[in-house]
Design a protein around this ligand. Structure first.
Ligand code: NCD
Length: 337
């Protein structure tokens, strides 16, 4: 695809070559994300960071990614603080905000909302998550992490074995990841969820039609036994009719060090889009895994900055200018990686 000036609304717009290109540009962003070099390539540009649903890492990492390229960020958080609460349409909001920004990132609880917004926007829009539908930048950072983690083990995405665990029905990160996997070959997926939170059938059909193998399971222990990647997700309680209903599914699949040691292969990589629900009644990814070197969750969050910088640079057509406008940082870098 031609990235310049494009919206990023869902992952189906990417070919395998597009994904490889994003990953290459993401690699080249490492010195900036590590605070070794600085660039002012987006000096004067403004990001409209519009998060109408709760967010920590997606919102902040998009903002940091823009800042690391030298641009300024204007942020709106929560519906209540915006004119959407006064009945303003996406069309009007998009027309207005795109007059103030060079690019907009938007998250909203309604499926399809970001596309509706983008259709009226005068600048490129990136989907930061629209309801249970899509979360393209998350899927890209997840797949980037998978490719780098497997790469250390001499493996590639094609042919990998991945177990997806938890709320596969409402989890948009999983939905986008499954769609992104369509660009690859011969993947073995084990879907571990309660019956009511199964991955919607259309994803399974599409994965199988692409030649991938899909196995469904209700048991964590047996499901994670032969996996290169175990990708755990949170029960998306905000998408249930009631909190009581969501409560039924919390804490059903808890991965801890003991289970990992007994059932996983020695190098199985543990992933989660985060936030992990660490409350007593959920505790889906136990804190006792924090020192497990295969726990990749914070490498995922770090990688999110690289991927988001790459998307900005490609959409705004500054990739080739970055190194030319860069210099070493002035300050002492005490960051440990
Ligand atoms: C995910 C999301 O918002 O879809 N979080 C994120 O962006 N990293 C997953 C979740 O909230 O469970």
């Amino acid at each position: 695809m031609n990235f310049v000036g494009s919206h990023i609304l869902g992952v189906e717009q990417f070919s395998r070559e597009d994904i490889a290109r994003i990953f290459d540009v993401a690699d080249s962003m490492a010195p900036y994300a590590r605070r070794e070099r600085v660039t002012r390539v987006l000096e004067g540009a403004i990001l409209g960071n519009m998060f109408f649903e709760p967010s920590t890492r997606t919102r902040v990492s998009f903002g940091c990614a823009w800042n690391l390229l030298g641009g300024e960020v204007r942020e709106t958080t929560g519906i209540k603080a915006s004119a959407l609460a006064k009945g303003e349409s996406f069309y009007d909001t998009a027309r207005v905000l795109s007059g103030y920004s060079d690019l907009i990132v938007m998250r909203h609880e309604k499926s399809g909302s970001v596309s509706e917004f983008a259709a009226a926007s005068r600048v490129p829009v990136i989907n930061g998550g629209d309801g249970a539908n899509e979360h393209p930048s998350q899927a890209l950072l997840d797949l980037y992490t998978i490719s780098r983690e497997l790469g250390h083990q001499g493996k590639i995405i094609d042919g990998m074995r991945i177990a997806l665990v938890g709320d596969l029905r409402f989890g948009r990160a999983v939905h986008s990841l499954c769609k992104l996997l369509m660009a690859y070959q011969n993947i073995q997926l084990t879907l571990i969820s309660p019956e009511a939170l199964k991955l919607p059938g259309e994803y399974i059909v599409a994965l199988e039609n692409k030649g991938h193998t899909v196995t469904e399971s209700h048991a964590l222990q047996s499901g994670i036994q032969h996996a290169d990647i175990v990708y755990v997700t949170r029960t998306q309680e905000e998408r249930f009719e009631s909190k009581d209903e969501a409560q039924k599914y919390k804490g059903l699949f808890r991965l801890n060090q003991e289970i990992y040691t007994e059932f996983c292969e020695p190098n199985t990589v543990i992933m989660h889009p985060l936030p992990r629900d660490s409350r007593e009644d959920a505790n889906e990814l136990d804190n006792d895994l924090n020192d497990n070197p295969n726990l990749a969750i914070f490498r995922q969050t770090d990688n999110g900055v690289l991927i988001r910088m790459a998307l900005f640079a490609m959409i705004l057509d500054v990739v080739e200018q970055i190194d030319a406008t860069s210099r070493n940082v002035n300050w002492y870098t005490s960051r440990r990686f």
